[in-house]
Design a protein around this ligand. Structure first.
Ligand code: AMO
Length: 439
């Protein structure tokens, strides 16, 4: 082991170094963001997770050896700097550090595959190829701090409301959301699939009497299309609740969304500022628009939507033109929703399914579920599915399945709403799409 960190511990992050520490000795650690050598004075901008701090090395104030060593430093190398805080209105944050000594913890190779100072823009593919470097940019890491806070507040909200976190298998035997989006894998002697939704398991947990459950986990979808809204691996925030109908879980969803937004706007001020986002906390209840009215609204925009069809991208965009913030689409035709969705009892052609939209983006879908065994079998057959391949799931409906409802909320799509980014890949550390399996 090296003794690089012996007697060398970080005392502060950059953003904790404020003018009131004037004259104090501190130790900071980070990467060299930029170097400016003006001959008699060298400025080193050091970057850590939360910000930048200026190290000012004037030849007249520090030893010639230290000055010469600083001059040799290279961009993006990792440093520990011990120095004296000095108030300086001209420096970023109103302070600078006069170095007393430093340790070069690791040197960076040059040239860099991309510019971490964001002066030179790089294409998304170049950025994703060198994602570890791309993530050093504060405008990129801000997205993940917001995503992290959102997931934290979702957990806190659900725990406060009596939900139990569950973990369900991701290696599964059958489809839930329609067969074409499955990734087949070899499971010993058999074929299996990567789970596209915890749907069947979260429903079975209702038969187990867990009452209210949630799961935050990956879903895998073999989406053929290369779009700004689709990933092949995404994180789904899934919820299921017993003795509830679709109206009940829509209320939970809108409260969760507005609580998370309010929490992010309170705790991620710096990140939102970095991203230039003015986050508005939406008022609840969100507007509910019936599918029949959506058809009329879309058609009124000159985009053709035939009754009974799912929304095309053009139809979503037409809705986005008309709707500002968050809204639900309810009363979906039963025929275009999965087998587990409960038909409306007064008008079975319509269902108890809903989507939550933000402008033109679907961020969640859910429904009251069919809890009656025979109706479920009938629905499967109608969808061309073989009930025999679902026998373990169906058994859960024969021995006391309570009425229940739930939804799935895409963590990345919700993060797009919070951060204003247009490409969903921006919200994933290492995205998986049709063309990308590394890094
Ligand atoms: P659905 O298939 O609509 O419903 O998925 C729910 C939400 O998950 C997100 N999502 C995706 N995000 C990025 N890339 C993808 N390929 C992708 N696929 C889905 C979206 C979407 O709204 N079992 C039902 C949920 C339920 O009824 O409880 C389901 O999976 O934000």
């Amino acid at each position: 082991m090296t003794d690089l960190l012996t007697n060398c511990k970080r005392t502060q992050y950059s953003k904790e170094i404020t003018p009131d520490l004037n004259g104090k000795e501190i130790t900071i650690m980070g990467w060299i963001h930029e170097m400016r050598d003006l001959g008699g004075i060298i400025f080193v901008l050091l970057r850590d997770r939360d910000g930048l701090i200026q190290i000012t090395a004037p030849s007249k104030k520090i030893s010639p050896e230290l000055f010469a060593d600083i001059r040799k430093l290279k961009k993006e190398s990792v440093l520990a700097v011990k120095g004296m805080v000095q108030e300086s209105p001209k420096a970023p944050g109103g302070v600078e550090i006069i170095p007393l000594e430093f340790k070069l913890l690791n040197e960076s190779k040059l040239p860099l595959p991309l510019d971490t100072t964001e002066k030179v823009r790089a294409e998304i593919d170049t950025r994703l190829d060198s994602r570890f470097l791309d993530l050093r940019k504060h405008s990129v890491s801000a997205i993940f701090k917001i995503k992290s806070r959102m997931l934290h507040s979702v957990r806190v909200f659900l725990e406060k409301n009596g939900f139990i976190e569950i973990n369900t298998p991701k290696l599964v035997a059958s489809a839930t959301e329609g067969g074409t989006e499955l990734f087949p894998i070899t499971y010993f002697e058999r074929e299996a699939f990567l789970g596209q939704s915890p749907q069947l398991y979260k429903q079975m947990m209702m038969a187990s009497g867990f009452d209210q459950v949630y799961e935050i986990a990956p879903i895998f979808r073999a989406e053929e299309h290369d779009t700004m809204r689709h990933l092949n691996e995404a994180i789904s925030i899934d919820l299921e609740a017993s003795f509830c109908d679709h109206e009940d879980v829509m209320e939970i969803l809108e409260n969760l969304v507005s609580t998370a937004i309010s929490d992010v706007s309170e705790h991620c001020k710096d990140e939102l500022k970095t991203l230039n986002v003015d986050l508005k906390i939406p008022k609840t209840p969100f507007e509910r628009i019936d599918y029949d009215d959506v058809v009329d609204m879309v058609n009124s925009q000159g985009v053709l939507l035939t009754h009974g069809e799912d929304l095309s991208r053009a139809a979503e965009k037409a809705m986005g033109q008309l709707m500002e913030g968050y809204y639900f689409i309810t009363g979906w035709p039963t025929d275009i929703k999965p087998f587990y969705v409960m038909p409306n009892k007064d008008d079975p052609k319509k269902s108890c399914a809903f989507d939550l939209m933000y402008k033109d983006l679907e961020i969640s879908s859910g429904a009251m579920r069919v809890h009656q065994h025979d109706l479920l079998v009938e629905r499967m057959k109608k969808k061309g599915l073989n009930p025999d391949s679902f026998n373990r799931y169906l058994a859960a409906f024969e021995y006391g399945m309570p009425p229940h409802a739930g939804w799935g909320l895409g963590a990345e799509r919700f993060t797009m709403c919070l951060t204003g980014v247009k490409n969903i890949r921006e919200t994933v550390l290492f995205p998986r799409d049709r063309r990308r399996l590394t890094p």
